[in-house]
Structure formats: C-alpha cells, structure tokens
Design a binder for this molecule. Structure first.
Ligand code: EPU
Length: 362
C-alpha cells in the first residue's frame, strides 16, 4: 500500500487529487484479503477502475483508493452461433472491443472507443450508437466489500437502465465487479441506424460494411466529436439526456420546432442534453462578470450566447459536443462542479428541464 499518491493518471479529467492511501490490485484474492482486514473497514474507500467517469471534488481523498488492474480474456464456451467470453475487470474496454471485432464476434462493436475498463462498463451500462452494454451482457462476478464473498449477478439482478444499474443505486459502494461475461454472436445484423453512421459510411463509399468497417467508422466518428482524454481532460458525456413528459415536450416544441427528440416506449420523450446546453448560455449578469475575469473567453453578448465552446482559464464546454465538460489543465474538481451547476441552472431557467450528471462525484 502506498501513501499520498497523485490520482492525476487515474482520472480522465486529469485533476491532481491526492489519495491518502492507494493500492493496486492485480489478483482478486488480494482484494478479498484486503477487504476483510480491520484497517480496510476503518477507512473511507473508493474503487477505481479506469477513472473515466469520476469527478474528484476534493483535493485530497481522505481514505483508500483501490485501483483494479486485473487482466485476462477467456472463452468460456461456444457453438456455431454464439460465444461466451469472460473479461477481467481491469482489461481496457476499447481493446476488448477491438479483440472481439477482430475475432468476428458481434455485440459490442457500437461501443468501440469508449474509454474505460471492463469492470466499470456495467456500472453505468455504457451505451453509444444504439447499443448498450446490457445487450450483450450475460452475467458478472463481484466481491462484496463487507464480507469478501463472491457473488454472481445475472442480467436481471443488475437492473440495467439508461446509464444505470444496481451498482450505481441500491448497491452503490457495496460490491466490486471483478469480471464480466458476454454472450456474443458469430453472425448478426449490424446496427447502422443511429445518428450519422450511415452518412459517414456513404461519404466513405462503404455500401455494406463489415463488422470491422463499422467498428472503425465509429472510432472515427467519436474522434471527430469527442476530446481525446490523453490531451484534454474530460469524462465523456457529463450529463444524462433528460426524459420529459409529452405535454411538456409539446409545449416546448411550439417554441423550438428544431429540438431533436426520441420517443420513449412509455410515451415520454428523451431530449438531448447537448442540444439544450448548446441553446442556453451564461446569464447576461454572469457575462458582465466574466468579461472582467482575466482569461475568460466566449461569446460576449446575451443574444448570441451559448455554452458550447465557452471556457475560462481551466475548464469549459467542449466546442464540438456541448454535453462534454473539459478540463484544460491547472484546475480543480470544484471548477467543474461550479460550471456544471451554472449550466444546470441556465438549462432549467430557459427550458424548465432539470438535467443531471451521469458522472460520479467523489
Ligand atoms: N446536439 C446538439 N449540440 C451538441 C451536441 C448534440 O445539438 O453540442 C444534438 C445533436 O445534433 C443530435 C443530438 O443532440 O441531434 C444527439 O447528439 P449525439 O448523437 O452526439 O449524442 P448525445 O445524445 O449527445 C449520447 C451519449 C454518448 C454517445 C452518443 C452516441 C449520453 C449521455 N451520451 O450522446 O455517450 O457516445 O449518444 O451514441 O447518452 C458518454 O456516455 O460518455 C458518451 C459519450
């Protein structure tokens, strides 16, 4: 166990928080032993895998950070149609997807290039381009922190929802996912319906894409829209897309006929938070103050103002995707907390819609 370790390399926002204690786990038995020691029970603790969806609000994490770095991918069973694959929690997610696509296995290809580790993927049921982790998820194994006991969670037990699972709600902080089993198909139709996938393929002269071509297209599309976390700190989408009542949507649509929206099975309507953020901005009062801040940039007049591309010295709203908050360096987690609050307030003031973060605040 190490003391006073910088968490900068362990969170994709790149905030320089410090962990009082830090331990890297390369073997699950080490973890099972650790959680049953009296010292562990005394400390506040945080399990980190990729650190791609956390925001450290404090400069010091006054407890123990457990970094899961277990490796291994194995085939548990296969027939002519399906293959069951187990990946250990510390495996890199994009590499795992690339591996499956390389083998010709379908089920995770639209989730290509999402930064993170396998163990974190079920926690928020990662999703992109019309696919979610739950679609190919079979079961996962986890360790109960209170006892060190192993437990298998079936898909039903995980209670997956949109960026949700039991590990984020009822059982938050109680289990560590140690491996995930996927049920993948050796052949299946490709999901090309979402967003600009078709347009991208057409532009590149691809008429009927292979699994590999779809994977590569998604990597390119993401690269064009989302920041490279190696260069600019971010946690991908910062907010969830809100779901509103149809009556509220109908009223809004009269004022904003171009508002993109997706119908939900229960009759409600999902609205992209990125659009809401792009079409709202800092208040005129705030703008007056910002012009006096030394390095504040961004639109200077209340009529044309948008959060998209807004920045101050340390943090901002990504210029190509307003759902992504970014850290340009030298800032603190609190800077993002403050910016997020201002964005939430202005979206609510303009549209009457509350948006909530999908990122975990620590
Ligand atoms: N939009 C804007 N302005 C923006 C951003 C988006 O008007 O700045 C509009 C777009 O024009 C489009 C709609 O909003 O009409 C949806 O945009 P996009 O397809 O980029 O997707 P999103 O809803 O903003 C979600 C996920 C992403 C995922 C993409 C693609 C959430 C919270 N985010 O974003 O996931 O990659 O769909 O499937 O559901 C992540 O979770 O970290 C993440 C990046």
């Amino acid at each position: 166990m190490k003391t006073n370790v910088s968490l900068k390399p362990y969170n994709s926002f790149g905030f320089d928080a410090v962990a009082k204690y830090f331990i890297e786990i390369n073997d699950i038995d080490e973890l099972r032993q650790l959680v049953t020691t009296p010292e562990f029970k005394k400390e506040r603790f945080l399990v980190l895998s990729g650190g791609n969806n956390v925001l450290f609000q404090e400069e010091v994490f006054d407890g123990l950070v457990v970094y899961i770095n277990t490796k291994g991918v194995e085939i548990l069973g296969e027939n002519e149609n399906d293959v069951i694959v187990r990946a250990q929690a510390g495996e890199d997610w994009p590499e795992f997807v690339r591996f499956c696509v390389g083998k010709g296995w379908h089920g995770v290809e639209n989730l290509a290039h999402i930064p993170g580790k396998v163990g974190a993927a079920p926690v928020q049921n990662i999703g992109a381009y019309g696919m979610e982790l739950k679609d190919s998820f079979l079961q996962c194994e986890a360790i109960e922190l209170a006892t060190g006991n192993k437990r298998v969670f079936t898909k039903e037990e995980c209670a997956f929802g949109y960026r949700e699972s039991i590990f984020k709600s009822e059982l938050k902080g109680q289990y560590v996912i140690t491996s995930v089993d996927f049920m993948l198909k050796k052949d299946a139709p490709l999901h090309l319906e979402y967003g600009n996938i078709k347009a991208y393929l057409e532009q590149n002269g691809i008429v009927s894409p292979t699994l590999q071509q779809l994977h590569d297209a998604i990597c390119d599309i993401r690269d064009a829209k989302l920041p490279d976390v190696k260069q600019i700190g971010s946690a991908g989408s910062f907010f969830k897309n809100p779901v509103i009542d149809r009556a509220q949507f109908n009223a809004l649509q009269e004022d904003y006929p171009d508002m993109p929206h997706y119908d939900e099975p229960d009759g409600k309507v999902k609205v992209p938070a990125g659009w809401l953020i792009e079409h709202s901005g800092p208040s005129a009062l705030r703008l007056l103050r910002q012009t006096q801040e030394p390095k504040a940039q961004g639109p200077q007049n209340a009529e044309t103002v948008s959060w998209k591309g807004w920045r101050n010295e340390h943090v901002g709203v990504f210029e190509k995707q307003a759902l992504v908050l970014v850290h340009y360096g030298g800032g603190k987690g609190q800077d993002i907390v403050d910016l997020a609050q201002r964005i939430q307030n202005s979206v609510e003031a303009k549209f009457g819609i509350k948006i909530s973060p999908e990122v975990n605040f620590v």
